[in-house]
Design a binder for this molecule. Structure first.
Ligand code: AP5
Ligand code: MG
Length: 184
């Protein structure tokens, strides 16, 4: 978990390989729909370009469809859950498979660095939500709707806070180390 630009996708790719996990990224799934021109993609694009959140129902059914194909369930979730509704639905889903959440990683990066990273990516890759106005909205939505979920996982003793500033490799080493220690 972490705000837009914190490095969730970058680190999830590395961690999935090193720990033999299947990476499930709801942002990537939605962008695949947008590219494929599906009806869901068209609806999602409107929300994503404004920096809002796609409805819980859509997100949960997309994740369920992926989890249904896995046995055992050894997954790394990137950008999900993002609301209390998604977190509760995830707990229910996982329980129905006899699985559960082992750890939640919080990547911490200051706002100025987030904006710098995302504007840089916007210029390089042209992701349509990487413009200043949408970045600000995504950051606000993260603080309002997603960050409170960290308390939910903290109460369960599952959160590892990691400093997300530094080289990609430094951050990866920190995450790897944090997963070997008891949560605070
Ligand atoms: P999503 O795709 O999840 O985007 P996001 O949360 O806004 O975050 P990003 O993917 O932009 O950043 P990241 O943390 O993955 O960082 P990254 O590694 O890419 O969601 C997009 C939209 O889809 C949402 O706004 C919403 O509308 C919708 N959505 C998705 N999931 C949803 C859900 N569950 N419920 C409802 N709606 C949902 O890195 C960013 C940049 O920084 C890259 O250029 C990278 O190269 C660079 N970088 C990475 N690490 C470093 C480093 N250590 N130092 C310097 N640069 C770095
Ligand atoms: Mg991402």
């Amino acid at each position: 978990m972490g705000p837009p630009g914190a490095g969730k996708g970058t680190q999830a790719n590395l961690l999935a390989v090193s720990r033999h996990l299947v990476k499930l990224s709801t942002g990537d799934m939605l962008r695949t729909h947008v590219k494929a021109g599906t009806e869901l993609g068209a609806r999602a694009k409107l929300v994503m370009d404004e920096g809002g959140l796609v409805s819980d129902d859509i997100i949960i059914s997309m994740v369920k469809a992926e989890l249904d194909q896995l046995d055992p369930i050894r997954v790394l979730l990137d950008g999900f859950p993002r609301t209390t509704g998604q977190a509760e639905a995830l707990d229910e889903l996982l329980a129905s498979y006899g699985a559960g959440i082992d750890a939640a990683i919080e990547l911490r990066v200051d706002d100025a660095e987030l904006v710098r990273r995302l504007l840089g990516r916007g210029q390089q890759e042209g992701r349509s939500d990487d413009n200043e106005a949408t970045i600000r909205r995504r950051m606000a939505v993260y603080h309002e709707q997603t960050k409170p979920l960290l308390d939910y996982y903290r109460q369960q003793g599952k959160v590892r806070d990691v400093d997300g500033v530094g080289t990609t490799d430094d951050v990866f080493q920190r995450i790897d180390g944090a997963l070997e220690t008891e949560p605070v």
